[in-house]
Design a protein around this ligand. Structure first.
Ligand SMILES: *[C@@H]1O[C@H](CO)[C@@H](O)[C@H](O)[C@H]1NC(C)=O
Ligand SMILES: *[C@@H]1O[C@H](CO)[C@@H](O)[C@H](O)[C@H]1NC(C)=O
Ligand SMILES: *[C@@H]1O[C@H](CO)[C@@H](O)[C@H](O)[C@H]1NC(C)=O
Length: 284
């Protein structure tokens, strides 16, 4: 009888210890993935610093950070324009696009600066015809996009998308974000157009001309026009609280139901404690 009891207590102990170690292992694994993501960011930073000291105009390898626009939206190098990484880019569990295509940058810019995203498109050129709105991620409220063809009676507006059709060098067209407006020029931020490091907080400055009552953005390739987010200044940059809420909502549901939720770890510890007490009184 006594032997049976010992066996029971011992196996109970073993099971609890095993379950608990599984839990800690799992949580450590999820922690590790966070760490590797951070060290990846650090690597970008190191590469960026090293390369910048070598040459401002040097080509940036795939994944290198080439610059930052609008204070917190980094642009990464796609390496060259024939490269297709096939890697998805996520931010706070929200899909941004393919690393490091131009559409990915435009969507990430929209997420960080306007807390919103736009629908999936096959190519940047499709944005001009397909996109009617951006959607605020937190509450799914939609804000319409106003299309201004290149050659419009109003000048290009800050924080709009500049959209290019398909051309010889760009089989999917191109998109850039207007990040500053000067009297006769605009400054844009983009990915997968040139592959050098930016020297300022934008990738290129394009002249704007005025002819016969119409404003034109000049570039070496044709431009459809610019799309303005009609939000009446309602959209705000993504703040940390909202980012965390979005991340929580996007987190796999498994976590909260699994044996390893915070609550259950405490329950296991409690059972372990009970077993120990029980064992102590039984044997000594
Ligand atoms: C770029 O940086 C300059 C000065 O460093 C600043 O005045 C300007 O607002 C910045 N522009 C953007 C779009 O972040
Ligand atoms: C483009 O970049 C990728 C990734 O860095 C590389 O593997 C490929 O060889 C490059 N292609 C050309 C044509 O440079
Ligand atoms: C354009 O918007 C950026 C923020 O996205 C701001 O820093 C910059 O000052 C704005 N430029 C103009 C001309 O309003």
């Amino acid at each position: 009888m006594r032997f049976l009891m010992k066996l029971l207590v011992l196996s109970c102990l073993l099971i609890v210890v095993y379950q608990y170690s599984q839990c800690t292992e799992l949580s450590r694994a999820s922690l590790n993935s966070d760490i590797s993501e951070n060290s990846l960011k650090l690597q970008y930073l190191q590469v960026f610093k090293e390369k910048r000291s070598v040459s401002e105009q040097q080509l940036a390898p795939f994944n290198a950070k080439v610059g930052v626009a609008s204070s917190n939206v980094p642009a990464y190098s796609n390496g060259n324009d024939s490269y297709y990484s096939g890697e998805d880019s996520y931010l706070y569990g929200t899909y941004m696009g393919l690393k490091w295509q131009c559409v990915e940058y435009a969507r990430r810019w929209t997420f960080l600066r306007k807390s919103s995203v736009f629908e999936s498109v096959d190519g940047a050129n499709n944005m001009w015809t397909q996109l009617k709105y951006v959607e605020r991620v937190a509450d799914k409220k939609q804000f319409s996009l106003k299309h201004h063809p290149n050659g419009s009676p109003t000048p290009p507006t800050n924080e709009s998308y500049l959209i290019y059709p398909i051309n010889k060098g760009a089989p999917f067209g191109h998109v850039a974000v207007i990040v500053d407006v000067l009297p006769n020029a605009i400054r844009i931020a983009e990915q997968n157009y040139y592959f050098n490091y930016w020297t300022k907080n934008y990738s290129r400055e394009l002249p704007v001309t005025y002819r016969n009552g119409l404003y034109y953005v000049q570039d070496i390739s044709e431009i459809y026009g610019w799309m303005e987010i009609d939000d009446k200044k309602e959209l705000k940059p993504l703040d940390e609280v909202t980012a965390r809420q979005i991340q929580m909502k996007n987190a796999p549901k498994l976590d909260s139901n699994s044996i390893c939720s915070h609550m259950n770890v405490h329950i296991y510890l409690f059972i372990l404690f009970l077993c120990l007490c029980f064992g102590y009184f039984m044997f000594f």
